[in-house]
Ligand binder design. Structure first.
Ligand code: ZN
Length: 371
């Protein structure tokens, strides 16, 4: 956290182009007397070394290559600083990254000592100012954190906007492992019915087509969290008699009309899918004219295999009621041969089950009418 105490106030208040006097304070850590470029962020002045900026950033190389006087803020005095419209937190983190010592850098590799807020700030400004190596390093640290402290990222950041920014940057820079871990953490928060987890997911995903599948998963997890696929109601969240039918318990009320339509359409479509999956004797096996005993042996094994799927789940007291849980369980079961001896079409049937799992997520956004 930034501490403001101890900052010095520059002599006379700076009078800018407007007539309003503004007091600019020098940053206590990053105003170096022998620095070579003065920046103004908010009302804070920074004097840092150009070499450190140009060394890692083509953006600053270009900026400082401009002929002197081409910009009216040249960064050579407190009266003519280079203005940056970043948050103080982000800019100080960038300075930290430029000047940090080896032990401070090393501490970031340990989830217990890592400063997650700094890593986010460095990633955000690293992208903005083209500090590729710094940005990649901060993303590596975040990825390490998410691997070791699973499910802890969002709780630690406590700021949906910043979580969203890292999610977007990790997608844009092809960091699929990191993006996947953030997605898992986010969906888990929706499943836990954390206030704002869904609305923030929708805000982020609605403007970004590359988050189409995440968008659909957000709705899907919200549906799961509401328990609509369960045959037995949850014992948690039991409401009082006066709450049950009261208008404010309408759980769709925080959504706009488009979002309401999407969730209703998705629910309808997934409910039909669930009915299809739970039907006895299960989905129909496609014909295979090349298999002589298909109708007898293969179809028989398939029917028993599918029924076993539900029996086994029931036996373990984890009934399959959610459409994805049915497909997921089938897909797991399909990693082994169906029976010993294997039926002639064993490979074909199991490939079909696995394809069902792929199709579920690739088609999920269509179920929620996500454009
Ligand atoms: Zn067959």
């Amino acid at each position: 956290m930034d501490v403001d105490k101890g900052d010095t106030i520059t002599g006379a208040p700076f009078v800018g182009q407007s007539t309003k006097a503004t007091i600019h304070r020098r940053d206590k850590d990053y105003y170096f007397d022998d620095g070579s470029a003065i920046f103004l962020v908010g009302t804070r002045l920074f004097k840092i070394h150009k070499t450190l900026l140009t060394r890692g950033s083509p953006f600053f190389q270009m900026m400082f290559a401009l002929p002197s006087g081409a910009i009216d803020q040249d960064g050579q005095s407190d009266d003519r600083p280079i203005r940056c419209y970043d948050s103080l937190r982000d800019f100080r983190a960038l300075c930290w990254a430029l000047y940090a010592g080896p032990s401070e850098i090393l501490a970031q590799a340990n989830p217990k000592t890592m400063d997650i807020s700094k890593m986010i700030s460095i990633t955000v400004l690293g992208q903005k100012y083209d500090f590729k190596i710094l940005m990649d390093w901060a993303l590596d640290m975040l990825e390490g954190f998410l691997a070791k402290a699973k499910g802890n990222f969002i709780d630690k950041v406590q700021d949906w906007d910043r979580v969203g920014k890292i999610f977007v940057i990790s997608k844009q820079s092809g960091r699929s492992t990191l993006a996947h871990r953030i997605e898992e953490d986010w969906l888990h928060h929706i499943l836990d019915r954390e206030p704002y987890a869904l609305t923030n997911a929708l805000i982020m995903a609605e403007g970004s087509p590359e988050f189409r599948t995440f968008h659909a998963k957000a709705y899907y997890n919200h549906l799961k969290a509401s328990g609509v696929f369960k045959s037995k109601p949850s014992e948690k969240d039991v409401r009082f008699i006066h709450e049950i039918a009261a208008p404010e318990t309408n759980y769709l009320q925080s959504l706009n009309d488009t979002q309401k339509l999407r969730i209703l359409q998705g629910f309808w479509s997934l409910s039909l899918l669930k009915i299809e999956l739970a039907k006895v004797p299960g989905p129909k096996l496609p014909d295979n004219p090349a298999c002589a005993t298909h109708a007898r042996d293969c179809a028989q094994v398939w029917r028993e295999w599918w029924e076993d799927l539900f029996d086994e789940a029931e036996y373990h007291d984890k009934p399959l009621e959610d459409p994805w849980n049915i497909i997921e369980a089938a897909s797991k079961k399909a990693s082994k041969p169906m029976k010993d001896p294997e039926p002639p079409c064993d490979d074909m049937i199991r490939a079909g089950v696995k394809k069902m799992a792929e199709d579920f997520f690739s088609g999920l956004a269509d179920r929620f009418m996500i454009p």
